[in-house]
Design a protein around this ligand. Sequence first.
Ligand SMILES: C[S@@+](CC[C@H](N)C(=O)[O-])C[C@H]1O[C@@H](n2cnc3c(N)ncnc32)[C@H](O)[C@@H]1O
Length: 257
Amino acid sequence: MARPGGRWLSGRHEWTERPLAISTGRVALPLARRGITVEGIEGSPLMLEQLRARAGGADIPVVLGDMADVAVDGPYDLAYLVFNTFFNLPDQDRQVDCFVNVGRVLAPGGRFVVEAFIQDLTEFDRNQRVTTRAIDEDSVSMEFLQHDPVAQAVTYQRVTFDAAGTTLRPLGLRYCWPSELDLMARLAGMRLRERWDFWDRTPVHRRQPSPRLGLRAGPGGYGRRMTEPTHLVTATMRQEPGEGLRHPQAYLFARKP
Ligand SMILES: C[S@@+](CC[C@H](N)C(=O)[O-])C[C@H]1O[C@@H](n2cnc3c(N)ncnc32)[C@H](O)[C@@H]1O
């Protein structure tokens, strides 16, 4: 989150920001290296340990806790939550809590940037999917998936069968529709300012399929002054096999003055 009076991500370094779910610092560390003061929130002590072990990672103040309700000091000008991490919150209640928690500490007019995707329902066949992710003579790696269309929940098991036996890697997410995110923002005293299909200001639904997207601000603020991509953008271009099917979006919410 950024303190009042700071500038947006413009290459000028007189602001502080607090990413939610800072993880190992994929975005935060490059920003810190540019001289931007970064503070974070992270829910996993293990991830925090990995951040601390990276060059510059020990210098970033991080609050350990759940981003849906962890207490942090405000007010801030900017909070961001990228890489679909909002969908890690397990249900609608916790997702609303997260918006409210951010809205609570944003300065009037402060911004909340969310990077997420739009779930492609054609990925599922009768609310299921089984995919072979990798196969060779000695092993096979598969993904088993179930979709609950009421809870908007997707439960995965990534399974590897090899000489060592069976390895399970469970994963779950609760996706939101864009309209639902807009409504959560309203519940938290925010409103949608901008919605983009990519970091380069591509309008929504003009380009697909595409990899995950991002959003950045120009010197004059978000939206109309969106400028060329930066490392923040390129850092969001990581794409897993199959993810191109999803239609990604970025959202900018502003707290009401
Ligand atoms: C997919 S990673 C994304 C990390 C980072 N936002 C990025 O873009 O690289 C998810 C991270 O969010 C953290 N996380 C998940 N749920 C969380 C929660 N409720 N509160 C705080 N951190 C959470 C995880 O521990 C993990 O480090």
